[in-house]
Design a protein around this ligand. Structure first.
Ligand code: BES
Ligand code: ZN
Length: 880
């Protein structure tokens, strides 16, 4: 056990800093082993503080202080104190003053990939959340906003490209040396987490964008040499994002240049540094031979997300890290809207709800549950969570639903106008929503401060005599760690009463009249809504469009669910009815109560959807997918046998595939690639349906399906088809899959992003020896413990995409992941801690599995030098 238990930081303890920093001049002498950073800060007492005379305490970590001067006078050792995490200057003037420092660091020894490090031979930084303190001493917190100028000096030959935030001001060679320099100037005050520097021998592609007001912006994408021909999609996505933010939110870009850099070693997906976004290269590089449809869609969305932060995050930043969802939830909401506007809104909504259910609901339903705006944390890097991001986005969407498009846009304009250049809070954001709409959002605010997913039970009563339909709703949130009592939430609910012909009937709400918008608002714990003049017994379609992130229990009869699946005018709820039916069938199979007639009725309903020429292929593909094994496990709720869940779900898939054999074959013939690969929405939808069909064919008739998959794999002329074929094969334990996996590796071993795909496919492979395969692959020369993408592909891939393997009854899955966490933690605690969250649902398991998992958690906690990151996650899970 750790001897010094890490202590939490509380939102309630927030206080402004005693000294503000107005400007920062940085001068870097880059050297892989010994980089020298000169920093000149101008400071002044913070007028927001009433006290005077406090010592100046700056953050700093793993840097060596070389010299320190205040207003030009070198400070003597007795005048300051250097500790592991800080630099304290006991006395500073109570007026404006300057501080000059020289520090050194070793970028090539930085395996945590936080601060200044080297990736693929390139110098690169990652400062969010608290990495800037590993570069120089600073108030490394977001409410300290300063203007930066940056001078970079390095060897001309080895490091020809020198980039930082803002606009380029000057560059040149240093006479009589082999070195050169560049100076960058960022006119917008920013917090230190948005600082970035990139330098190295990079290739680049360039373009321009003319803003709505006619300013030209120079766009650049920088990649490792030789990859320049894989940047076109990223560049198109960037221009589309810039245009969309102008059109939808009236937000223009504000600097003369916008640069993106792609590096192979990166903890996260991408980072929104002002004017210099840095990306994990898997979210930039694309061509038909190396990127799948999913990659193309992700690249487009992530470029948009980071670009949108320029307004929601950078121009207006967060007062403190508790407000993280202010920038992340809002920016996810904005990137979701971008994708909805560019592609299919219905398909995007379903995809987002699937992600929410796969990632956020399990978090909210277990030991790691926390509100979208947490009140305490031990390690901030652990709070970049699905709750902050995805539930944060759902909260923004609910406000849009409640106040309407027009008021929402007005509120956003007000927010940008009022808080530009500031570090804001969630309260200030919601205040703009309330003011612009004239609505009271006080109760609504509870969504930000209360953890847990509400369960909503709905009961409808139709009275044919009075032609009234009464809907009674009840909301409940189970206790979560540290929050035993729960308040009722303000829940917007999209609603339809569907008549026997499939058409929506008018909504005449008692006491209100005909509803202009098909929306009801629940504010009490238990509440009834009576609708008048309902001509026929309606079928209830509630929470349309997934208007609120709740678990709905409507308990409709199967016949009504089948009816909605075929007829609901709300396509989200058509899909949702199919999901509920599918879930109930898997649950019945798990409990041994399934009937052939129910399965057959479900398959027949699917057949109707497949046969409907008017329905989009992507929607058909989504209808053909059953809820995931972890969703089923959550629905079972306790004492779960994950092998039985897997068998029950696969059994149902086999039955569906057999009944739909002809339809699947027809899809297979109809969806063959007609020409060169194109990533447009229609082609992407067609391939999604093709791959879903193939996966089912392999289940229904293995000999036939395997043959089709192998033919696709051999003929494949694009990566989507290759991965589609292999993804279908890895579902079943067969010799063909091993040969195909070997062949994939032989074909693509030279391309690191494809090696990652190969690792992920292996991680998904079903069978009794799943954990042994993982162990074997960690010893493969292509696997690297220090590269986050390798760990995410193989190990996070195993935890997330192979629940039967990870939760194996003999504990082998837990053991291989616990070993990996202990191995990675000293190298990169952020990556280790993300892997550890995989244990968050183990309390749902049956006792043998639960105790096997608990033993591994305790083994991790016994490590004396465990990081704060892993300690926080593992101790919370183990204690639950
Ligand atoms: N600001 C984050 C990146 C980040 C996260 C930095 C955590 C430091 C710690 C960035 O805007 C982001 O959210 N990236 C996401 C992708 C996005 C599309 C949701 C990521 O990296 O996963
Ligand atoms: Zn973000």
């Amino acid at each position: 056990m750790k001897t010094d238990t890490p202590q939490p930081i509380h939102l309630a303890d927030y206080a402004p800093v005693p000294y503000l920093i107005d400007s920062v001049d940085l001068d870097f002498r880059l050297d892989p082993q010994d980089t020298v950073v000169r920093s000149r800060l101008t400071l002044r007492p913070n007028p927001a503080r009433s006290d005077r005379g406090a010592a100046l305490v700056l953050d700093g970590e793993r840097i060596t202080l070389q010299s320190l001067a205040l207003d030009g006078t070198v400070l003597q050792p007795g005048q300051y104190r250097v500790e592991a995490q800080s630099l304290t200057i006991m006395e500073v003037p109570q007026r404006a003053f300057t501080l000059e420092m020289v520090t050194r660091c070793n970028p090539s020894a930085n395996t945590e990939l936080s601060g200044l490090y080297v990736s693929g031979g390139v110098f690169c930084t990652q400062c969010e959340a608290e990495g800037f303190r590993r570069i120089t001493y600073f108030h490394d917190r977001p409410d300290v906003m300063a203007r930066y100028t940056v001078r970079i000096e390095a060897e001309r030959e080895q490091v020809p490209v020198l980039l930082s935030n803002g606009n380029p001001r000057e560059d040149g060679v240093i006479g009589g040396t082999t070195r050169h320099y560049a100076v960058w100037d960022d006119p917008f005050p920013k917090p230190s987490y948005l600082f970035a520097l990139v330098a190295g021998d990079l290739g680049s592609v360039h373009d321009t964008f003319t803003t709505a007001s006619g300013r030209d912006v120079a766009l650049g994408i920088y990649v490792l040499k030789g990859k320049e021909d894989r940047c076109a999609w990223a560049m198109d996505s960037l221009k589309a994002s810039m245009r969309w933010d102008e059109q939808r939110f009236g937000r223009e870009y504000d600097l003369d240049v916008f640069n993106i850099v792609a590096v192979p070693d990166f903890n996260m997906g991408a980072m929104e540094n002002k004017g210099l976004n840095v990306f994990n290269d898997k979210y930039i590089l694309a061509n038909p031979e190396t990127a799948t449809d999913a990659d193309y869609v992700n690249i487009e969305a992530i470029i948009a997300h980071e670009y949108f932060h320029n307004w929601t995050g950078n121009r207006i930043t967060c007062r403190d890290w508790f407000q993280l969802c202010l920038k992340e939830g809002l920016t996810v909401f904005r990137d979701q809207e971008f994708t909805s506007d560019l592609r299919s809104r219905a398909v995007k909504r379903i995809a987002d709800v699937k992600t929410l259910r796969a990632r956020q609901f399990p978090e909210d339903n277990g030991p790691l549950a926390h509100p979208p705006r947490p009140a305490a944390y031990i390690e901030i890097n652990n709070f970049y969570t699905p709750t902050v991001y995805e539930k944060g986005a759902e909260i923004c969407r609910m406000m849009l639903t409640l106040i309407g498009e027009q008021a929402f846009r007005k509120a956003m304009d007000l927010y940008f106008e009022r808080h530009d250049g500031e570090a804001a809070t969630v309260e200030q954001f919601v205040q703009c929503m309330a003011e612009a709409s004239g609505r009271n959002l006080a109760q609504f605010f509870t969504w930000y401060t209360q953890a847990g997913t509400p369960t909503l039970t709905a009961e409808g009563q139709y009275d044919a005599a009075t032609r009234q339909y009464t809907l009674t709703l009840e909301q409940k949130v189970k206790p979560t760690p540290g929050q035993a009592e729960k308040q009722p939430l303000h829940i917007p609910l999209g609603i339809g009463l569907v008549g026997p012909d499939g058409a929506d009937m008018p909504l005449d709400l008692d006491g209100v009249g005909t509803l202009n918008t098909p929306l009801i608002e629940m504010t009490e714990q238990r509440q009834s809504f009576r609708f008048n003049n309902v001509a026929k017994r309606p079928v209830l379609s509630l929470n349309r469009g997934f208007s609120a992130p709740v678990m709905l229990e409507a308990n409709l009869p199967t016949a009504d669910e089948l009816f909605l699946m075929g007829h609901d005018s709300d396509s989200f709820n058509r899909w949702e009815a199919g999901q509920r039916l599918g879930r109930n069938l898997v649950l019945a199979a798990y409990r041994g109560t399934a009937t052939a007639a129910d399965v057959s009725a479900y398959a027949a309903a699917l057949k109707k959807i497949i046969d409907d020429a008017a329905t989009d292929d992507a929607f058909k593909a989504l209808m053909l997918l059953l809820p995931s094994e972890s969703e089923i496990a959550a629905a079972i709720g306790a004492d779960v046998d994950t092998d039985k869940v897997h068998a029950a779900r696969d059994g149902l898939r086999r039955a569906i595939a057999r009944q739909l054999a002809k339809e699947l074959d027809d899809i297979w013939v109809r969806t063959a690639e007609p020409g060169p690969y194109r990533p447009d929405p229609a082609s992407t939808a067609r391939r999604a349906l093709r791959q879903t069909a193939l996966a089912l064919m392999v289940m229904g008739n293995p000999a036939h399906g395997i043959k089709a998959a192998l033919a696709e794999f051999d003929a494949a002329h694009n990566m989507s088809a290759e991965i589609g074929a292999l993804g279908a094969l890895v579902q079943i334990d067969c010799p063909e899959r091993e040969a195909a996996l070997d062949q994939f590796h032989a074909r693509h071993a030279h391309e690191h992003l494809l090696v990652d795909k190969w690792l992920l496919l292996n991680a998904q492979a079903q069978g009794p020896d799943a954990a042994a395969r993982i162990t074997r692959l960690t010893q493969h020369p292509d696997f690297k413990w220090t590269t986050p993408n390798k760990v995410y592909a193989l190990l996070s891939g195993f935890v997330g995409a192979n629940p039967a393997g990870f939760n194996a009854e003999d504990g082998s899955g837990f053991r291989v992941i616990a070993d990996a966490i202990l191995k990675i933690d000293p190298v990169n605690p952020q990556v280790a801690s993300r892997l550890a969250t995989g244990f968050r649902s183990c309390k749902l398991l049956n006792s043998s599995r639960k105790s096997a998992a608990q033993a591994e958690l305790e083994r991790i906690l016994a490590e004396p030098s465990l990081s704060r990151d892993v300690f926080e996650i593992v101790s919370k899970i183990a204690a639950s």
